[in-house]
Ligand binder design. Structure first.
Ligand code: PEP
Length: 242
């Protein structure tokens, strides 16, 4: 199943939940899309988001602890807590966390494992920085991240991979169709037999205007969308393109 997932990052309010998630639920009940739709708001909005989402829109967290908990981990949210809040997905290994907080593959793998154990679907983010692409190391870097971040127990419907070139996130730049197809094929080879059952999303400045082209690129099973997931018409156009 194709998937379009919105990552609100540290944006949003109760008002935006009503407007965006309520609005999406309403549009989806009138015209059910042929792809899964998920929104990952900040943690304080999860409950309101779940209430506004209805049947069609799935809710996800933006991160989870590598500890199962419960326990003394101030500021952390366990995967089980996200499941309790009605989440279906959780993003792990987003580049903003890998880069700013130094999260490495082993930590991302542990978080993804906790997500699986709690019955959530981890959206495991991988992607190269610009210097790695310029040095011709992008494929090696990204496939190594996939190898290092994928938890045991990944099977049909259990895990999603999101390829997000770091230099394309929030910058308005996108990879070329050729680069995206090459990387998705390389990730697919790395996944081996799992490729049949693990969707690979593309993320990095996906907008209404480029969604059709990106989503029809070989090997692209959906999109992880940041900025454009904060405006209803823009996000809905991406869902329609998928
Ligand atoms: C993201 O945060 O995962 C992302 C892809 O952001 P943007 O769409 O704004 O580039």
């Amino acid at each position: 199943m194709r998937l379009v997932a919105g990552n609100w990052k540290m944006n949003g309010s109760r008002a935006l939940v009503g407007e965006m998630i309520g609005g999406l639920a309403e549009r989806m009940s009138g015209a059910p899309p042929r792809c899964g739709v998920a929104v990952c708001p900040p943690a304080h909005l999860l409950e309101a988001a779940r209430a506004a989402a209805g049947e069609g829109v799935q809710i996800g967290g933006q991160d989870c602890s590598d500890e199962a908990g419960p326990g003394a981990f101030t500021g952390e949210l366990s995967a089980a807590m996200l499941a309790d809040a009605g989440c279906r997905y959780v993003i792990v290994g987003h580049s903003e966390r890998r880069q700013r907080l130094g999260e490495d593959d082993a930590l991302v793998r542990a978080k993804a494992g906790q997500a699986l154990a709690a019955g959530l679907i981890p959206i495991i983010c991988v992607g190269e920085v610009l210097s790695e692409r310029e040095a011709g190391e992008a494929v090696a870097r990204v496939t190594a991240q996939v190898r290092g971040s994928l938890p045991d127990g990944a099977k049909r419907g259990a895990v999603v991979v999101a390829y997000e070139p770091v230099w394309a996130i929030g910058t308005g730049l996108t990879a070329t169709g050729e680069d995206i197809a090459e990387m998705h094929a390389a990730i697919g080879r790395e996944l081996g037999d799992l490729r049949q059952v693990v969707p690979i999303l593309y993320g990095g400045s996906v907008k209404a205007k480029n969604a059709g082209e990106i989503l029809s690129t070989a090997g692209v099973d959906g999109a992880l969308v940041g900025g454009a997931s904060l405006a209803l018409d823009e996000f809905w156009a991406i869902v329609a393109a998928a």
